[in-house]
Design a protein around this ligand. Structure first.
Ligand code: NAD
Length: 338
């Protein structure tokens, strides 16, 4: 069993911890928390709690939450750390993992330059095999890589242009906005274009990102220029066999991200997570060599299967297809059409 320590137990960290516990070959060795809040209180009945350094211990003692040690101690007790601390903090923490000679998975908020490989399970599994420091790319990049990879494999892609309509913040956050504004990223291409190239090189990419006042999901409008002419059916059938892409029929009431998220509640997902990228099949449009489609992305959870596969690749436990199969089975990800 690979012992996985989770440094940073927020939106991503708590979901990675849950997913690790569903695997037959991994176990959570502990989590690092900074505050003795309700999340720590609830998590302490499942996981050993660690803190960034000794200065945090008193507050946990006062709250009656047992602390098992510091982030350094957790690193010592683990085979790999998944660092899901806020953007930029992972880079600061890397020294702890290097000093202990332990592997670490970082998240999309970190710079690609701090790792040996960036990771997407479909497009880039082999790059992470045996590596010590791997970064699972952001929720937006993961989503683009997921649905573009089958098209690239089957038809070849010449260029991609995508508009990313981004949720303002996550559901447990009452601090960030905007709450009544639409905020474009101004810079074109947005950083997502270069990020996609870290896991799927070989074609031109341009992205525009716009933040809107919602917490549920991102929506992407993707235009891919393909090498050959093809039909709408060719596109949809290229996604067959890739469980992490689900097809949505808009004639069944799923007309917005509100219903896509409701769907994940109805299928009984933990925390109502939707690991898969949901593509509105009615939006798939072929115009000569251009394929256009619209997809919804549950930013809190789409990267979670990738975190698990990254660990398997780093420890050379399985090849790509086997790892994906184990992860999908454990998280109840099956090919679905709604
Ligand atoms: P978050 O703010 O929800 O969680 C981060 C957690 O780390 C918080 O609980 C915070 O208290 C804790 N923390 C802060 N400093 C710490 C420290 N020094 N040591 C240990 N814990 C510390 O953030 P998140 O959304 O989970 O993002 C984590 C990473 O995942 C970032 O790189 C982010 O870019 C990436 N990511 C986020 C999303 C998303 O939609 N939320 C999606 C994909 C990737």
């Amino acid at each position: 069993m690979i012992k996985v320590g989770i440094n940073g137990y927020g939106t991503i960290g708590r979901r990675v911890a849950f997913a690790v516990m569903q695997q037959p070959d991994m176990v959570v060795s502990g989590i690092v928390k900074t505050k003795p809040d309700y999340v720590s209180e609830i998590a302490s009945s499942t996981y050993k709690i660690f803190v960034p350094d000794r200065s945090y211990i008193d507050a946990f003692d006062r709250a009656g939450i047992k602390v098992s040690g510091t982030a350094e101690d957790l690193t010592g007790d683990s085979d790999v750390i998944v660092d899901a601390t806020p953007e930029g903090q992972g880079e600061k923490n890397k020294g702890i993992y290097v000093k202990a000679g332990k592997k670490a998975v970082f998240e999309g908020g970190e710079d690609a330059s701090i790792v040996d490989a960036s990771f997407n399970a479909y497009s880039d599994y082999s790059d992470a095999i045996g590596k010590n420091y791997v970064r699972v790319v952001s929720c937006n990049t993961t989503a683009m890589a997921r649905t573009l990879f089958p098209l690239k494999e089957k038809f070849g892609i010449r260029s991609v242009s995508a508009t990313l309509i981004r949720r303002a913040t996550d559901q447990n956050d009452s601090k960030k906005g905007p709450i009544n504004a639409v905020e474009p990223s101004i810079k074109i291409p947005s950083h997502h274009a270069s990020d996609l190239k870290t896991v799927m090189p070989g074609f031109d990419v341009s992205t525009v990102a716009v933040k809107v006042p919602t917490t549920l999901m991102h929506v992407h409008v993707i235009d891919a220029e393909i090498n050959d002419e093809l039909s709408k059916n060719d596109v949809i059938s290229a996604w067959d066999g890739y469980n992490r892409i689900i097809g949505i029929n808009s004639n069944n009431g799923i007309v917005s991200t509100a219903q896509v998220m409701d769907l994940s509640r109805e299928i009984g997902r933990d925390r109502s997570d939707l690991y898969e990228i949901a593509v509105w099949l009615g939006s798939v449009t072929v115009d000569g060599k251009h394929v256009r489609y619209i997809q919804a992305v549950h930013q809190e959870s789409d990267v979670i299967p990738e975190n698990i596969d990254a660990i398997r690749a780093m420890f050379e436990l399985n090849d790509r297809d086997k790892s994906i199969e184990i992860t999908d089975r454990s998280l109840k990800i099956t090919k679905r059409l709604f």
